[in-house]
Design a protein. Structure first.
Length: 440
């Protein structure tokens, strides 16, 4: 997902995924075979882990590692080094590999990279992390920065100086694991500048959502500058920035059932699994997180219930569906209207919301309704809100099965009504509809 770390929250934490940039061949490595390395055989790049070919069937997140293994996944990608030791130990217990990320301020924070004291502290902190965890058996690779931006202008020389120094340090301290970085989509400018201004990365990692549909074509357009191995470090259905919006700018979110179908369609139709440069992919997001809404990218509820997306990924990774399936939702209506109808409500007026199912539920279900304000808060242009807004209390009037009545908030502005449907087998489905309260 598109996320970056502000200087104020930067600290010693560290985070990203995999990358290669030395033309068509991986950067030079020591003569011996590292524990994890990339080879090329018959025109195809292969990632080796302990001398065994390893295709990444991964997820971005840091929780539910047992469920990841059970679903057929083999890799977790984390963006920072917070609790990295615990994550590596838990991953090892579940036979999961870890892509460990180092979080860095985006290249645009020039004042940071021009401050030699700060970059020296960064270097020392990253080196300590590498030295501490480079021998852990669960470690797969290092990802130096997430969506940093790799610009051309000479004014960014301090950023490139600091970045190349870190790449060289990681490769020197830990020759057993590849080093990568993650960029947004197949960004031509970043790719060109990585090729010419950065030395020593082993592969390219790409965070890509709706543009996964054109990834093969886009890769071909930049092959003259870079033709090395790549990892899809984050992938999923269209993000909020790529989706339809209401008249007032709220992104329209699909039901969890519809999103699960989109994950399958994207993977089966557009994931470049037959590309000889493809090393694997990490789905976004394995867990529960707030990003515009608390449901957009979540594959688990905040109580640990599984969504249909988890079941779909199990099918994609193993070829087998689990015995149980999550509830299947069709859509949610407010006063008989959907999100694309641009629902306008009067302050304090009683409204009706209804959730409809693809098929009649076979089991008894628990239905949870919430009214939340639209989450447009940004600490800065790089840092969206990561905490679910507090639900508005006292607005739900009554509910009867799959229908609820509620009072519209009194304050003018954008809101959403959410429904979460839980079955008695630890599974859930979700939907929401945005609406706008128009003042008197």
């Amino acid at each position: 997902m598109q996320k970056a770390i502000s200087i104020s929250t930067y600290g010693i934490v560290v985070s990203i995924a995999l990358t290669l940039f030395a033309g068509c061949q991986p950067a030079p490595r020591p003569a011996y075979k590292p524990r994890v390395h990339i080879g090329k055989e018959n025109g195809k790049y292969v990632l080796y882990r302990n001398n065994t070919p390893f295709i990444i069937k991964g997820a971005a997140g840091f929780t539910h590692l047992g469920e990841l293994r059970q679903a057929g996944g083999n890799t977790i990608r984390v963006w920072d080094t917070l609790h990295l030791g615990r994550i590596l130990d838990e991953a090892q217990a579940h036979n999961i590999a870890v892509i460990a990320g180092f979080p860095m301020p985006a290249s645009g924070f020039l004042s940071y990279y021009e401050d030699t004291a700060q970059t020296a502290a960064q270097y020392a902190a990253f080196r300590a992390v590498v030295d501490r965890y480079k021998s852990h058996p669960a470690l797969l690779m290092w990802c130096l920065g997430n969506e940093l931006g790799f610009p051309y202008r000479p004014m960014f020389k301090p950023f490139y100086k600091a970045y190349n120094r870190l790449v060289n340090m990681i490769r020197t301290e830990d020759p057993d694991h590849p080093v990568t970085t993650a960029i947004i989509n197949i960004d031509k400018k970043s790719i060109y500048n990585l090729r010419w201004k950065v030395k020593g990365l082993d592969l390219l990692s790409v965070n890509i959502f709706n543009q996964l549909r054109s990834v093969e074509q886009d890769l071909g357009k930049v092959a003259w500058a870079w033709n090395g191995p790549f990892l899809i470090a984050e992938w999923g259905p269209a993000g909020p920035w790529e989706s339809e919006h209401t008249a007032w700018g709220s992104p329209i979110e699909n039901t969890s059932t519809r999103k699960a179908a989109q994950y399958r369609e994207l993977y089966e139709t557009h994931m470049p699994v037959n590309n000889p440069r493809f090393l694997g992919a990490c789905v976004f997001y394995w867990g529960s997180k707030q990003e515009v809404t608390h449901t957009w990218f979540s594959t688990f509820s905040n109580t640990g219930a599984l969504s249909q997306t988890v079941h779909t990924l199990q099918y994609l990774w193993t070829g087998h569906w689990p015995e149980q399936q999550a509830p299947a939702l069709k859509y949610m209506l407010v006063n008989g209207k959907g999100a694309r109808d641009n629902i306008l409500l009067k302050p304090g007026a009683v409204q009706t919301a209804e959730v409809l199912f693809e098929t009649p539920p076979a089991d008894s279900l628990h239905i949870h309704w919430e009214i939340l304000p639209e989450d447009w808060y940004m600490k800065d242009k790089y840092t969206p809100n990561t905490r679910k807004p507090a639900p508005l209390e006292g607005l739900l009037v009554a509910d009867s099965g799959y229908v609820t009545t509620f009072r519209a908030p009194v304050k003018e502005g954008p809101y959403r009504v959410f429904v979460t449907v839980f079955d008695n087998k630890g599974q859930y489905a979700s939907a929401n509809t945005p609406f706008y309260v128009v003042g008197p």
